[in-house]
Design a protein around this ligand. Structure first.
Ligand SMILES: Cc1cc2nc3c(=O)[nH]c(=O)nc-3n(C[C@H](O)[C@H](O)[C@H](O)COP(=O)(O)OP(=O)(O)OC[C@H]3O[C@@H](n4cnc5c(N)ncnc54)[C@H](O)[C@@H]3O)c2cc1C
Length: 461
């Protein structure tokens, strides 16, 4: 017999991602009855702590620790076990924290809309119907497999999740796509000892960065032994007994290489399939994200969409900021919006990391701005002995400065500690601290930040 439970809540949150859980905690703290629905018991806390940022950055760390004498396979398996231990603990912590609220409950099951105020969870006897006046959608994104003949059927096709959950280090990894995810995986697996080839369709790596920055990144990756092929069109994948053959076209010639694992890293699409958004009257854009306004309200004003699913930038800290915007609507003054965001930084976690914020030199010049460019190679920065003390002197630091106002327009830091440094630059940009003020600040020693004492004066153009 079918027993169908019905729950009436104040707020339903669909998806246990960063934005959803942050909002759920705050709403429960404010006394709201919150039902948070997550489809997988392996995903409490969402993508970031389970299969995204946390495990990959731990693998960046582990792979950097590998010594030449370590057995690559054994070292990799041990690293994956370490990652598993951490993600298991984080997952449990996420669930416990949510269950720690008197007014919040977690339902495990796949959610779909029945009507604009009703969500169904699961099927059959265990199905639960939840109603609420306010609903938050935070269902994240999923990888896209490009339509390359033979790729989807290949037994060696591996998503980023499958790669980091498998115990076996592939001897040869082919990464299709040289974006953030592709390059991070390429560097991790190369450092663990795999032969890695990156096939990128653009004529050069990181087409959105300046030439000098992209070239420096390419030099570091190639120096680590990663084969970077730009201007490559992947034609087909053929599975063989011991490896797959990947055929690609470059400079008018067809080249074939073998792969033990194939990672498509050509983008992720918002997860909306199966949500029955039509039943709720929630619209999606042509690009597949849920259509939202600057307050993250969907086409149904009582339904909000946060994080990757709304088609914005796919970063955990954007999902977190989405939660701030939604919470301001639900509990605050309603003034906060996504248009408030300035100087949002990004980090590519290779070694050393590339962290960027604001305008590139190319973009600033294209916009016709009068700029001063300051740049120095890390190895030449006298004020930054830290690079030498930790034996990582590769990279460069570059600032784009408004020649009239001395305001910082952008920065690209390819350097040890860049993932931390960039937040100081972003803060300066956000609060109108000038380049000279950033230069003349007292920084601890020996730190990486003290490079700013020098680099900002190193005018090259
Ligand atoms: C390999 C990798 C590395 C990354 N590294 C970084 C990084 O270093 N820094 C960074 O900022 N970002 C990184 N990202 C991106 C970041 O992980 C995402 O932008 C972020 O996690 C998105 O969070 P979210 O709040 O949108 O939802 P998610 O965290 O994706 O959560 C969505 C949840 O919804 C659940 N769900 C989906 N559909 C349903 C349904 N119908 N019913 C119930 N539950 C459902 C899913 O199971 C999932 O748990 C990385 C991503 C990947 C894949």
């Amino acid at each position: 017999m079918e027993t169908n439970t019905t729950l009436d809540a104040d707020v339903i949150v669909i998806g246990f991602g960063k934005g959803g859980k942050t909002a759920a905690h705050a709403l429960a703290d404010a006394g709201k009855q919150v039902v948070l629905i997550e489809r997988s018991e392996n995903m409490y806390g969402g993508t970031c702590p389970n299969v995204g940022c946390v495990p990959t950055k731990m693998l960046v760390h582990y792979s950097g620790e590998k010594r030449l004498e370590d057995d690559a396979q054994e070292f990799f398996a041990r690293s994956i076990a370490g990652v598993r231990e951490l993600t298991t603990a984080f997952r449990a912590g996420n669930l416990a924290a949510m269950n720690g609220h008197d007014t919040a409950m977690v339902l495990t099951g796949t959610a779909r809309f029945a009507d604009p105020h009703t969500v169904l969870v699961g099927d059959g006897a265990d199905a639960v119907t939840v109603t609420a006046p306010t609903i938050l959608i935070n269902t994240g994104s999923e990888p896209v497999v490009p339509s390359i003949p033979g790729l989807a059927q290949s037994t060696r096709l591996a998503s980023s999740t499958e790669l980091i959950q498998g115990d076996r280090l592939p001897r040869r990894l082919v990464v299709i796509g040289g974006g953030y995810l592709g390059l991070e995986f390429a560097a991790i697996y190369r450092h663990f000892g795999a032969e890695v080839t990156v096939l990128e369709s653009s004529e050069r790596l990181l087409p959105r960065e300046d030439d000098d920055v992209a070239q420096a990144v390419a030099g570091i990756l190639a120096g680590d032994g990663i084969r970077l092929v730009t201007g490559a069109t992947v034609l087909e994948v053929r599975d063989g007994e011991h490896a797959s053959t990947v055929a690609y076209l470059v400079d008018g010639e067809t080249v074939e290489i073998e792969a033990g694992a194939l990672l498509p890293a050509t983008g992720r699409r918002p997860v909306t399939a199966g949500l029955d958004l039509e039943a709720a009257g929630v619209e999606v854009t042509e690009r597949g994200g849920i259509r939202v306004d600057e307050h993250l309200r969907t086409s149904q004003p009582h339904i909000f969409a946060l994080g990757d699913v709304n088609g914005g930038e796919q970063f955990t800290y954007i999902s977190l900021d989405d939660a701030r915007v939604v919470l301001d609507q639900l509990l605050g003054t309603g003034s906060r919006s996504t248009t408030d965001r300035v100087a949002v930084a990004h980090t590519l976690f290779i070694t050393p990391p590339l962290a960027t914020v604001g305008l590139t030199e190319h973009r600033a010049r294209t916009e016709g701005r009068r700029i001063r460019v300051a740049r120095e190679n890390v190895a030449d920065i006298v004020a930054m002995p830290r690079a030498y003390t930790v034996e990582e002197t590769r990279g460069l630091m570059k600032f784009i400065i408004d020649a009239d106002t001395d305001l910082i327009l952008g920065a690209a830091l390819l350097s040890i500690d860049a993932q931390e440094l960039i937040n100081t630059v972003a803060l300066a940009m956000r609060f109108g601290i000038t380049a000279s003020q950033l230069r003349d600040q007292i920084y601890t020693h020996p730190s990486s930040t003290e490079a700013f004492n020098e680099v900002i004066d190193a005018t090259v153009a």
